[in-house]
Design a protein around this ligand. Structure first.
Ligand code: FE2
Ligand code: FE2
Length: 228
């Protein structure tokens, strides 16, 4: 039965080829544009955040960074859920520590580890305060979080001083103008964002544009878009 034998051989070969494809690209399947099953859902992670942070202001910041990270993950074809979770939880210890002197972000890393979060999320959390944790942002996700953290706050601050208090009509050039005005939002460390942009090999303009786009759909949740 040559035909049948040949057919079997072909099927075996195909199977081996598929296996080979999976083997060679299995890391891409795991991380590239993926939909990994996360250890904790978004709702569980929000509950965890709120267990330790009662101030609305902190939650709004968490949501802004979450949205920006998810947006960037989509752009790079990375794991949107993983990036979103890293953004949501990056300041988990803030209400407890309130300062780097009191242990931010190292304490947050401990809290995430204790709860059993993914190692990538723990590393990203530590690396967003690289100057204090000693964990340098190396992966694309770590670099993005390091950069976007302060930038979301700055973009929101620019929107807040506009009559509309909205991002819907905010342009990159308005943000750039305020960026150069050192008296505006003095608390935002522009050096961190500029170092981050270099690590990401992206321009500040592009990052501002992405941040505006990412925050537009969630502007109500983060306290923007509403008249005073
Ligand atoms: Fe932080
Ligand atoms: Fe933050």
């Amino acid at each position: 039965m040559p035909f049948a034998a040949g057919d079997m051989g072909f099927r075996r070969q195909r199977h081996r080829r598929d296996f080979f494809v999976f083997f060679v690209f299995k890391n891409d399947f795991k991380t590239g544009g993926g939909n990994n099953v996360m250890k904790y859902t978004r709702d569980e992670s929000i509950a965890f955040f709120k267990e330790h942070n009662s101030e609305d202001m902190y939650f709004r910041h968490a949501l802004a960074v979450e949205a920006a990270m998810k947006h960037l993950a989509r752009h790079y074809g990375e794991d949107e859920e993983l990036w979103a979770r890293a953004g949501l939880l990056h300041d988990i210890d803030w209400e407890i520590t309130q300062s780097v002197e009191a242990g931010h972000p190292v304490k947050g890393g401990e809290m995430l580890r204790e709860r059993g979060y993914e190692e990538e999320i723990i590393r990203a959390e530590l690396a967003h305060g690289w100057e204090f944790s000693g964990v340098k942002p190396e992966s694309r996700m770590e670099r993005a979080l390091y950069t976007i953290d302060e930038l979301t706050g700055f973009v929101a601050a620019v929107a807040l001083v506009r009559p509309s208090r909205s991002l819907s009509d905010l342009e990159v050039k308005s943000v750039k103008k305020k960026w150069k005005d050192k008296a505006f939002a003095r608390g935002v460390d522009r050096g961190v964002v500029e170092r981050g942009a270099k690590l990401m090999e992206e321009s500040l303009e592009w990052l501002i544009e992405q941040t505006i786009e990412a925050l537009r759909p969630v502007e109500r949740e983060i306290g923007l878009g509403m008249p005073e």
